[in-house]
Write a protein that binds this ligand. Structure first.
Ligand code: KG4
Ligand code: ZN
Length: 349
């Protein structure tokens, strides 16, 4: 039996505040991964400043391209395609990656593959284990909170979305009130493990018969509680505040996701995005899925912690699936800040 030729992809990610390059073999194996983070430059502003982000991306992108090739011990001749996040994200930031990838594709003659950032987050799971389809993903990041059905590796359908703030955004906003540096999720998660849910914040849209989320009411309730305590000079326990906030977020995410798993009965459950690194959420989802009857119990793939945040390895993984499906871009590829996942119309009768 003849072995299929290896497919090696150089991938770029620059949609927000991380500039990253990676070389990925056959969509599963990380031969190199470089992540240049700009977080320190944005911290003093309490969030990502688009102009600052673009400038940092430009400064490092050529250097980290060379580093990714060197770390993987390959040259341009060993590659089969160039992939890049083309959206969604900050337009100026996306453009740096897209321009670099187009230049590389033009200079080498290698095919170009534009990748959806959300598809990338979900495909971080593919770098850990094989995904059996249909699959269902809880995609939770700074910009998105979605339940996504995957018919196959390239056809996705969003069945639940946030109506206002994304989960990560809510973490970052309440973190600010507690004096935690941006991005606040990791610290709040650690604090939550040292406190108790004593404030019982609202769980929005729990009872509703849909898979949508809303986190702005929770955020407001949290901020009002802190402001009120300030006014009467009462000191609240930051660990209990963090635990109460996290319990509300995790309750809603877990409840809706488990309902969706029962309805759609996927073969695999995936988590993706920065908030997928949340220990409370990982533990809760694993525990809830373990309780399901065997007939509807999906295989669970939680990506490695370092692959939950933005990185080019996940873009290379998703690009491999597009490569196999023959989905290439041409040099008219542009940054699309509000890009949407490819629609699979046969999934929902
Ligand atoms: O996926 P990501 O790196 O960027 C976007 O595409 O948005 O996600 C970043 C978000 C930030 O809001 C950050 O606070 C959150 O992920 N985050 C966490 C944790 N680690 C990062 N949120 C909750 N718990 C964590 N452990
Ligand atoms: Zn992201």
């Amino acid at each position: 039996m003849s072995k299929e030729k290896d497919v090696r992809i150089l991938a770029y990610e620059s949609s927000c505040d991380e500039t990253s390059t990676a070389v990925i073999k056959n969509g599963r194996e990380i031969e190199s991964l470089i992540v240049a983070t700009q977080i320190k430059s944005h911290q003093r502003f309490g969030g990502v400043v688009p102009e600052v982000a673009s400038r940092h991306h430009i400064e490092v992108i050529s250097q980290i391209t060379k580093e990714a090739l060197a770390e993987a011990k390959v040259t341009w001749n060993d590659l089969d395609a160039i992939a890049v996040t083309s959206g969604p994200g900050l337009v100026g930031a996306l453009l740096i990656g897209v321009s670099a990838a187009k230049a590389a594709s033009m200079a080498t003659g290698l095919p170009l593959i534009g990748v959806d950032h959300i598809m990338g987050h979900i495909m971080a799971a593919q770098l850990k284990d094989e995904i059996a389809y249909p699959a269902l993903a809880l995609q939770v990041s700074g910009g998105h909170t979605e339940i996504v059905l995957l018919k196959d590796p390239v056809h996705f359908e969003i069945i639940g979305d946030t109506r206002d703030d994304a989960a990560g955004e809510a973490y970052d906003k309440i973190g600010r009130v507690l004096g935690v540096n941006y991005p606040a999720g990791k610290t709040i998660d650690a604090w939550a493990h040292q406190g108790k849910d004593t404030f019982h914040f609202p769980r929005a849209m729990m009872e509703e018969d849909n898979y949508d989320f809303s986190f702005s009411g929770l955020k407001s309730a949290f901020i009002n509680t802190c402001h009120h305590a300030d006014q009467i000079h009462e000191k609240l326990d930051k660990y209990d505040l963090a635990a109460s906030f996290q319990a509300a977020v995790v309750d809603v995410l877990a409840d809706k996701t488990i309902r969706a798993i029962k309805e759609y009965q996927p073969k695999t459950f995936i988590m993706g995005g920065g908030v997928a690194a949340n220990q409370g959420l990982r533990e809760r989802m694993s525990a809830e899925i373990a309780k399901l009857p065997d007939a509807v119990k999906p295989k669970v793939i939680l990506p490695e912690l370092k692959l939950c945040g933005d990185n080019a390895a996940m873009i290379g993984a998703a690009a491999y699936n597009l490569y196999r499906d023959g989905q290439f871009s041409d040099l008219t590829l542009n940054a699309d800040p509000s890009m949407e996942l490819p629609y699979a119309d046969s999934m929902l009768n």
